[in-house]
Design a protein around this ligand. Sequence first.
Ligand code: FAD
Length: 290
Amino acid sequence: MKASAFSYARATSVGNALDLLVAHGEKAKVLSGGQSLMPAMNLRLISPELLVDIGELAELRGIELKGDVLSIGALTRHVDLLNSPEIAVHVPLLTQAIAHVAHPAIRNRGTLGGSLAHADPASELPACMVALNATIIVRGQDGERRVAAEDFFTGIYETALSAQELLVAVEVPVAREGSAHFFHEFARRHGDYAIVGVAAQAIVQGGVFSDLRVAFFAVSDRPILAAAAARLVNIPVTPAILSEASTALGEELDPQEDQQASAAMRRHLAKVLLVRCVSTLLDRTDLDGG
Ligand code: FAD
C-alpha cells in the first residue's frame, strides 16, 4: 500500500521544528529515521498531513561523556550506538541490546529518539533505558523537561511526549565499579521483535547486589521494572530466595496474549529469564540448576 498524500517540511533548526509542530498540532508528525513511521503510513495506520523531517539537525546527533552520564542525541542511529567505543565502555548493556534491534538495513537509518518516541512495548531500547535509570530530555517551546525513563513510557505506542514536543536527547548514567549487565530476549528469529525480553543493570559487591534494576519488555503495554528484584538486594541470594522472587515476578506481571504467545507462556519465560539473569549477574551456576 501507499501512504495518503502528505506535505513535507525539512526543519532547519530545533526551534523551526517546534514552530511547525505547534502550528500543525496533531496533524503533524516528526520524521527521524522513518523505519517505524513510514511503514505505519504505508499501511494507513496513520495519515499525518505534514511530516516534519528533523534528520538534518546535527545538534541532535552524537554521543558525549558529561561527568557521570553519557549524553546521547535523539538522532543517533542504531548503527552508531552499536559501533560506539564510548557506549561499549560506559553503557555495555546498550551495545549488547542494540544487536537485537531489527536488521542492519533498519539499524542504518533508525534512531534512538525514534525508537523511544515510538514506544513499541516489544522494543529493546525502551526497556534498556528503564533498566539503566536513564533520563529522557524533551524540548518544547517553553523549554526543556527531564523525564525519568520509568515515567516516560505510558502505554502501547504512548509516551509522556506531547504532539508539540521533540525528544532531543537521553542521559544514561555510566557504569560504576561493580556494574554488571544482562540482556536476553526470546524471539522467533534474530532481529524479530521479542516475545519476551529482559534488560538488567546491577551493582554487585562481594557477591551481593547493592542495586538491581530488571526491566522486562513484551510482557505489558510498556517496559516493566520488576518490583520482585528488590527481594534480591542486600542479601546473599540463595536458590530458595531466587525461587520466591521468581514466583513474585509471575504474580506481578499481567502479560498480554497474542498470536505469538499465550499470557501463561510469557509469564513462564519471564520467570526463566529472571533466574538466568540473576545467576549470570552473580556468576552462580548453582542458582539456575546448572
Ligand atoms: P521514525 O520511524 O522516524 O519515527 C517513529 C515515531 O517516533 C513516529 O511517531 C515519529 O513521529 C516519532 N519520533 C521520531 N523521532 C522523534 C523525536 N526525536 N521526537 C519526537 N518524536 C519522534 N525496533 C525494535 O526496537 N526492535 C526490533 O526488533 C525492530 N524490528 C524491526 C523490523 C522491521 C522490519 C522494521 C521496519 C522496523 C523494526 N524496528 C524494530 C523499528 C526500528 O527500530 C525503528 O527504527 C525505530 O522504532 C524508530 O526509529 P526511527 O528513527 O526510524 O523513527
